[in-house]
Design a protein around this ligand. Structure first.
Ligand SMILES: [Zn+2]
Length: 444
């Protein structure tokens, strides 16, 4: 049996919610944090009844909160389940995941939301917060029962995978979101402008002869929806923002006082459309594991996203974990299902931004942790992402300097679809704790 009292001893405590970056101890009793003691202060002597976890040379941070993942249950259990997806989350340092409603059937009623809570209670190892659909069946025709779903515990509303094509419907959804206090999560994409594009429209798509989706297919949708949010006043959250001009639109809207928050994915922060073709001399890959929606963009876009995280224009880093079966990816590029299985590589990938080797703008570890914890938590109004005394004991121990090689066959996720297979990453999640319970541990 696990000791009721645990001391995480002598780690670098990094908690942006308290602007804390100090060496010390975190003490947990049952499911709560009961003490945070700095080495410089007077830590009470350890009592014999507690388990001590040595965090020397490790970072102690709040557990990561993922605002955007696909757990595929109900209906698509061959791609992922709540059991496997939450184990992948724990391995990636995520103590909370918000799951998208594009399941079969769509999560668009209060009883669907209750069902997710019941299955999560039985199968999940991290907290699972369902997101309800904006429109019935995600068809973009009729508004779903947002208030009922909100009462049943939906943390946000989204038709993710599809944009809400009708501006009028989205405006109505934002009005309801004002009543429920829950954000509308916007998959910003103008399908007419995408026009069957399967990667970013640019130099690489021309070279590969693949149909491209232009940057403005995202930017035009964001501009419309920011105008609606400004008019109605409901909370708008922009999913997976991916272009330089999108960042400018969000920055301007925030400066005008629009209630908007935004997220980016680790893959858009680190990879570009060049990954689709690959980097081997004389070999063109057409890597279907790089097919993702929105598509991997240009280097200029990527640098703008990094700057957006650095200056707070972007509130959160969210994985958009999208596991697929091998048959969904083992096909021609334009027939492949879009998405990357991203929960287990998120931290290692983001660590490439902390000490870049290629002259990129660097992101301090504290900024990345902020976007994965406090920033994400605030965007959805969740009371999470902090190591404050009295808070739920959701935390991670990070080993930022340890290296590992990605092997998708060792993923906890059923989705082995990652372009990072075989890559060397720096940064290992050593321990994940949810409500005082250790749900993932990698010995040193
Ligand atoms: Zn989406």
């Amino acid at each position: 049996m696990q000791a009721a009292r645990i001391r995480i001893a002598n780690g670098r405590i990094l908690d942006p919610s308290q602007e804390l970056d100090e060496r010390g101890d975190v003490v947990i009793e049952n499911d709560r944090i009961v003490g945070v003691h700095w080495a410089s202060g007077h830590a009470p002597a350890s009592s014999p009844a507690e388990r001590v976890v040595d965090a020397e040379s490790l970072v102690v941070a709040p557990g990561f909160v993922d605002l955007h993942c696909h757990l595929r249950e109900p209906g698509l259990e061959y791609k992922e389940t709540i059991a496997t997806g939450t184990r992948a989350a724990a391995a990636g340092g995520f103590t909370t995941v918000c799951c998208m409603p594009n399941t079969e059937p769509t999560l668009d009623t209060a009883s669907d939301i209750e069902w997710i809570h019941a299955v999560a209670h039985r199968d999940a190892v991290v907290r699972v917060y369902p997101i309800g659909a904006i429109t019935k069946g995600r068809l973009g025709i009729e508004l779903a029962e947002l208030a009922d779903m909100g009462r049943a515990g939906a943390v946000a509303f989204s038709d993710d995978g599809n944009p809400v094509r009708s501006g009028k419907l989205l405006r109505n959804a934002l009005s309801y979101a004002r009543i429920t206090g829950r954000p509308v999560v916007d998959h910003c994409e103008d399908h007419d402008l995408v026009d069957g594009g399967v990667m970013h429209e640019g130099s690489v798509s021309s070279r590969l002869g693949l149909r491209g989706a232009p940057a403005e297919s995202e930017e035009a949708a964001i501009a419309r929806d920011l105008a609606l949010a400004q008019a109605v006043g409901g909370r708008l959250h922009l999913a997976h923002v991916s272009t330089a001009h999108s960042i400018e639109l969000v920055r301007d809207a925030k400066a005008r006082g629009t209630r908007v928050t935004a997220e980016v994915t680790p893959h858009h922060l680190v990879l570009t459309h060049a990954w689709v073709a690959g980097f081997e001399e004389g070999v063109t890959r057409y890597d279907t594991n790089c097919r993702v929606n929105p598509p991997l963009r240009t280097e200029e876009d990527r640098v703008a996203l990094i700057r957006g995280v650095a200056d707070g224009t972007i509130d959160a880093i969210a994985t958009d974990h999208a596991p697929h079966d091998v048959v969904d990816k083992n096909c021609e590029f334009d027939r492949a299902a879009p998405g990357i299985s991203g929960l287990e590589t998120a931290f290692g990938l983001l660590m490439r931004l902390v000490a870049p080797t290629n002259g990129d703008p660097a992101l301090p570890l504290a900024t990345i942790v902020r976007a994965l914890t406090m920033g994400a938590s605030r965007a959805f109004n969740l009371d999470l992402g902090t190591l404050r005394v009295g808070a739920l004991a959701d935390l991670v121990l990070l080993d930022p300097d340890a290296h590992w090689t990605v092997d998708v066959q060792r993923f906890h996720s059923k989705g082995k679809n990652s372009p990072l297979d075989g890559q060397d990453l720096r940064g290992i999640v050593r321990l994940t704790m949810v409500g005082g319970k250790i749900v993932h541990e990698v010995p040193r």
